[in-house]
Design a protein around this ligand. Structure first.
Ligand SMILES: Cc1cc2nc3c(=O)[nH]c(=O)nc-3n(C[C@H](O)[C@H](O)[C@H](O)COP(=O)(O)O)c2cc1C
Length: 363
């Protein structure tokens, strides 16, 4: 179990969102029904530990794992992908996300994750718009153009993972002219999928514009019983509560909002329960949290790689804070632990500095 965080907020097991029911993904209870989005390069074990400590997350998820990469690495090097770091030891529930376009690769890796790693949920990525995944590997959101194929892939993984539930994460479609999320979601349901998460943008949108929650809401009445999880642009506890109220989703998933404010889950949980939303941690507490995150990353990756890796998280923590620009400029070149700590001590945003909310896209 992770050590207590300096800014840990106790999770009150009795807290139960009024009017918002816990989500059931097969046999897995997701309570509150607020999921952490898989984010490649960010949602590794260190980040998930931080999120769990702060509380309020119903279902954390790994970064997406290449099924083909998993099988090749194991056969060639007798090693497993870095992205499985912590997965065996971590508390449950936990979802692991995989991607590929080959049913047998997906089935083989899904089954391993379900049986050997005992993950709670196996999620398949049908939403990634990145060129290497889509155009070169013909996976991720490339597959959205063919709902039947999505259905066949899901059915094969469901069969291989049973009784572990299998879910799918999709976008609205490939382009604005070819929105077909209803067809894809129905194909997932017909194939035995236990839930579908819909990011309210098309693949072509990447992260431009805003997520179309009306389009997400239109999917709900077209499903028989499979839960619908909405995703996109949720940055505050009020927005989370509003998503349930206005769009009738069964669950929500939070991505970038939690990179800069990992305590957002705890705040959303309170909002859903009709309780006062806890304030953001003070800037001193945020600094402590950042340093704790750094310790976890360095423990795993060593100082050299860990320091470089931590730069991107540090930028996220500072996002939208006073003095963020100065901090980002300074932290983005650090290479040693001393440099990292002294930049944090000197430049981590202070209430007296001017705000500059330009942040990397991930945040
Ligand atoms: C840096 C980054 C990495 C991402 N990696 C993944 C991934 O591995 N799998 C996935 O399904 N989605 C991935 N996404 C998409 C998010 O899961 C989520 O759908 C998207 O960010 C929209 O939600 P948000 O507005 O709450 O961030 C990624 C997004 C970002 C910004």
């Amino acid at each position: 179990m992770p050590s207590p965080s300096p800014v840990a907020i106790a999770v009150d097991a009795a807290v139960r969102p009024a009017g918002v029911r816990p989500l059931r993904i097969g046999p897995v209870l997701v309570d509150p029904p607020v999921l952490q989005a898989p984010m490649a390069g960010f949602t590794n074990y260190a980040f998930r530990q931080i999120v769990r400590q702060l509380g309020g997350v119903g279902l954390p998820a790994t970064e997406m794992i290449s099924a083909r990469g998993f099988l090749h690495m194991e056969a060639r090097d007798h090693e497993l992908p870095d992205r499985l770091w912590g997965v065996r030891d971590e508390p449950r529930p936990l979802a692991a996300q995989i991607w590929d376009n080959d049913p047998e690769n997906l089935a083989a890796v899904g089954a391993r994750l379900a049986r050997e790693f005992q993950v709670s949920v196996v999620d398949i990525n049908f939403g990634c718009p990145v060129r290497d995944i889509c155009e070169r590997a013909k996976s991720g959101s490339y597959l959205l153009r063919d709902p039947d194929r999505v259905g066949r892939l899901v059915a094969r993984v469901v069969e291989a993972c049973r009784p572990t539930p299998v879910t799918a994460k999709i976008r609205l479609g490939c382009t604005r002219d070819t929105i077909n999320a209803i067809d894809v979601a129905q194909a997932v349901e017909d194939a035995g999928g236990a839930a579908v998460t819909v990011h309210g943008r098309t693949a072509k949108d990447l992260f431009r514009g805003s997520a179309d929650w009306d389009a997400i809401a239109q999917i709900k009445p077209r499903l028989r019983h499979m839960p619908l999880v909405g995703n996109g642009d949720l940055r505050t506890a009020d927005q989370v509560a509003e998503a349930f109220r206005r769009y009738g989703v069964d669950g929500v998933m939070i991505g970038r909002g939690a990179l800069s404010r990992p305590w957002l889950f705890r705040q959303a949980q309170a909002a859903l329960a009709g309780q006062p939303v806890p304030p953001d941690p003070t800037l001193d507490q945020q600094r402590e949290l950042l340093l704790e995150h750094y310790r976890k990353i360095v423990e795993r990756f060593g100082v050299e790689r860990g320091t470089v890796l931590m730069r991107r998280y540090a930028c996220c923590y500072a996002h939208g804070q006073p003095g963020a620009r100065l901090f980002r400029m300074a932290i983005s070149t650090v290479t040693t632990e001393d440099e990292f700590r002294s930049v944090v001590a000197e430049h981590f945003p202070r209430a007296t500095m001017r705000s500059h909310p330009n942040a990397p896209e991930a945040c």
